[in-house]
Design a protein around this ligand. Structure first.
Ligand SMILES: Cc1cc2nc3c(=O)[nH]c(=O)nc-3n(C[C@@H](O)[C@H](O)[C@H](O)COP(=O)(O)OP(=O)(O)OC[C@H]3O[C@@H](n4cnc5c(N)ncnc54)[C@H](O)[C@@H]3O)c2cc1C
Length: 271
């Protein structure tokens, strides 16, 4: 199928992007890597009046470490972040998770912020952002706000972003000494969205487990003590969904199995 007609604006600056979003409101869609939006347009599941292409806005190309966080601008493609030689040193969890995001072809186009904006409950990057307690930096004409990941993701493809706001960047906390990180995922084929994905962060005193693909958004839990019983209780309490790919009970079983493996790996690599 072909998309419904739309106007196309190739934004040359952040201010121009904000102007289009302010004037068109919910009728405009930001075009980043297009890996999700273009199929949605073609299936007419999205019918914006205007597409505002942000991939030529120089202010959005940043990748920098500032204080104790990595800032990733809206234009940065997933492959660029994965190819950054400093990535594993600054945040190993991102380095572990990024190869699971689609295929090299989709990572060559798709952006980090686009994945966060889409908020698919099975997507890896929203899960990592939630696990690390990162932030989403939203901007609109004359305004900026930083929203913690746990407030940003509100449901299946539903976020705290207002229609006139752009995700200007996302910030991932850097690795902290003494922490171990691990990521595992189960999908039918490598490159598919996860049926269940787990990210674990082990510290001296506790373990954090974040789970994607089960509920309508990433779910994060801190465990002072890890046991099969504690993991089982956590899995039983998740609002798991049945869909074409798996039943809710299968997803809960995967949380216990993958969760235990991911936690063990994070604990083992805590140096
Ligand atoms: C075959 C295939 C397999 C895939 N597998 C996976 C997978 O396993 N895991 C996974 O996570 N993803 C997967 N994806 C999707 C992933 O590739 C996309 O990159 C990602 O979901 C969206 O990023 P994008 O830059 O392409 O955004 P786009 O498609 O351009 O936009 C997606 C949505 O976000 C909005 N948006 C984008 N950027 C911004 C911004 N800065 N501010 C506000 N709104 C914005 C758009 O308006 C649109 O609604 C797959 C895609 C394909 C085609």
């Amino acid at each position: 199928m072909k998309p419904a007609p739309f106007d196309y604006v190739r934004a040359g600056s952040l201010a121009e992007t904000h102007d289009v979003l302010a004037s068109e409101g919910g009728e405009a869609a930001v075009l980043a890597g297009g890996q999700s939006l273009v199929p949605l347009l073609s299936m007419r599941m999205a019918r914006p009046k205007v597409l505002v292409d942000i991939m030529h806005v120089d202010e959005l190309a940043s990748l920098r470490v500032d204080g104790d966080a990595i800032y990733v601008g809206a234009r940065l493609r997933q492959a660029e972040l994965l190819g950054w030689p400093e990535l594993a040193k600054h945040q190993p969890l991102l380095a572990h998770a990024l190869p699971w995001v689609g295929h090299w072809q989709t990572r060559a186009r798709g952006t980090v912020c686009g994945s966060v904006a889409l908020a698919d409950p099975s997507a890896e990057l929203p899960l990592v952002l939630a696990a690390l307690g990162g932030h989403v930096i939203l901007s609109s004409r004359g305004a900026h706000r930083r929203v913690p990941a746990d407030e940003f993701f509100q449901g299946i493809m539903s976020t705290a972003r207002n229609d006139d706001e752009l995700i200007e960047a996302v910030s991932f906390p850097c690795r902290r000494n003494g922490e171990g990180y691990a990521f595992r995922e189960f999908a039918r084929r490598h490159g598919d969205f996860a049926i269940v994905a787990c990210a674990a962060i082990a510290t001296e005193k506790s373990v954090r487990l974040a789970v994607g693909g089960v509920a309508d958004r990433p779910v994060v839990r801190d465990f002072p003590e890890v046991s099969d019983e504690a993991l089982g209780d956590f899995a039983a309490g998740l609002e798991a969904r049945d869909d074409l790919h798996a039943t809710a009970s299968y997803r809960r079983m995967l949380v216990c199995k993958l969760g235990a493996e991911t936690i063990a790996e994070a604990q083992a690599c805590r140096a």
